[in-house]
Design a protein. Sequence first.
Length: 697
Amino acid sequence: MANKDPYRYFRIEARELLDALQSSLRALPDSAERAAEVARLLRTAHTLKGAARVVKALDMAEAAHRLETRFADYREGAEVPAPVLGEAGEALRGLEADLERLLQPAPPAPAGPQAPAVTAGEHAPAAPAAVPAPAPSGDRSLQSVRVAMEDLDGLLEGVVDAGLPMGHLELALGTLGRLAAELEQSPADQRAERAQTLGAELRRLVAEFGQHLDQARGGLHQLRQQATGLRLLPASLLFDSLQETLDDACGQLGRQAELVASGGEYRLDAHILQPLRDGLIQIVRNAISHGIEPPALRRERGKPERGRVDVQVSPVGDRILIRIRDDGAGIDLEAVRRLAVERGRLDAATAPSASEATLVSLLLEGGLSTARELTAISGRGVGLDLLREAVRKASGDLRVRTAAGEGTEFLIEVPPSLVAMEVLVVGAGALRVCLPMHQVRRAIRLPRSALEEHDEGTRVVIDGRPLAARRLASWDPDARPDEQGAESRNCSVLLLASGEQEAVLEVDQLVASREAVVRPLPAYAGSAGLAIGASPDLNGDPLPILDVHALIEAIIAAGPERARPPTQRLRYRVLVIDDSLTTRMMEQSILESEGYEVDLAESAERALELVRQNPYQLFVCDVEMPGMSGFEFVARTREDPVLRRIPAILVTSLSRPEDRQRGLASGASDYIVKGEFDQGYFLDVVRRLVREGVPNE
């Protein structure tokens, strides 16, 4: 049955992209990181342009193209003039109107000749004159999963099997209760003799418990694997989008090329396929606009007139490798070198010796384009930036190979799922974090003297290569120097790798390796910094799972630790109080990104110690904590003649009106429910309270 609504899924994506563009425009005038904000805007506009072209919404594609072109000159961080921002706002309103028109059903096709299709640069009528091509089938299929009945039956059988040991454990538990009662009811003079008799029975029960626990653990592991398997989708769902992108780009640029895809039977999680789709589309688009030569030029070079783009999907260990290769001209590395010098990305003196890996890395950062002219397909240096972000969202690694005259190859290695992964749990002091196992290349025991301080930071030589290093404990604001292992003669380090980048992380402990069920960070967490998710430990407490790519970048960017000057005290200091390590880290990330100095306390009792030692302008406090609750903490500070002048925000999962009333009655200046958390509102409240400095009285 034909798709009656060709824009159904495009509208969802376009809505998100327009919201992101609006957010970037609002942030630009006051942003301290203008270059990064413009880069985000360019990536978003580029994605919207590509998505609109795929569904033949050419008016929206052209508008996004103009927006992308207008902001390309400000990528290096120059101030964006008010008239340009005004033009962009007007363009967004036009895009909003175009999207609104797509909400209207298309009229039935007239019996007579069809009206011409809308071309780029024209405004579409209220409804398209000709029904465009449907959205790629891959887009639709990524939103749902079909499950074979035999797979569903297998899962249900697994549930039954996993429950069988529970019956045995219940019987054993009953026996333990009976033995304990018998021992308690025995006369005092017979208890020693009775205890000896019961000892043998208890040892038998211990062995039985262990056997059934192992059985239950194995059953649950199998269930988790089966459930994860049901989420996986065939990679072939990507191929239609790639074919449509290739056909569209060839038509636009007068190229000839064929797409040859294989390995579509291998399966990946939708959370992997979704970000990869945009990245792979960009590679195919680049292959046509930058790689595949015009037919006449290919004839001169002894190549077939029709170019070729190969897409191969294959397993590599427990990972999936996606290889995309074209037989075009290859990346013009000399042009990249020249542009990098012009844009200040490379020093002119060292540029001639820059390696291929360095030049490709600069190209992936965005802002450099080897296109000879601006077109609707390319020319602003945004595409590979988008690709890098897509691979990062999929927790993957990216490598690029190129050869002049022979073509370019992209190798993307990703896990089949982000729901479950093998992790290494490591610790430093009280801090515990998880690292994806596939990105930990080696664990090494070294003498501490092997870590040397240089002007550019800490370095350690591994396999003859000097690598940047940093202590995990340096991310723990409560760690003392002796807790960071500074006094020990030896240390444990991990060699981390993400794509072509490597770095070394020093840890105090290798706690365990295990399969982790990855849970998304809570909505109230905002920007997560180094964390990509969390996994509960044996006590149910969330352990952050770190983004190794971001971690490596942070290690490389860090300066010398011992030579670092004392941190200059910021204007406003905030105390965050929460018993959850993950929540403390997330709230700290949000506040520090806005320039606040943040101290952390894991309990209200610890917070009361800190407030006697340090001046604060604001408290951000959880409610439900072991020992003293947040209600009690706020009430106690309101009783103090000094502390009562410090505002307090309660951030809690308690959402009942009576809880809110109790919080405000205790003296809190604001009450925020975690399930309704809005980062913008939270920061607005923080700004107002630290400036006013007066709590709710």
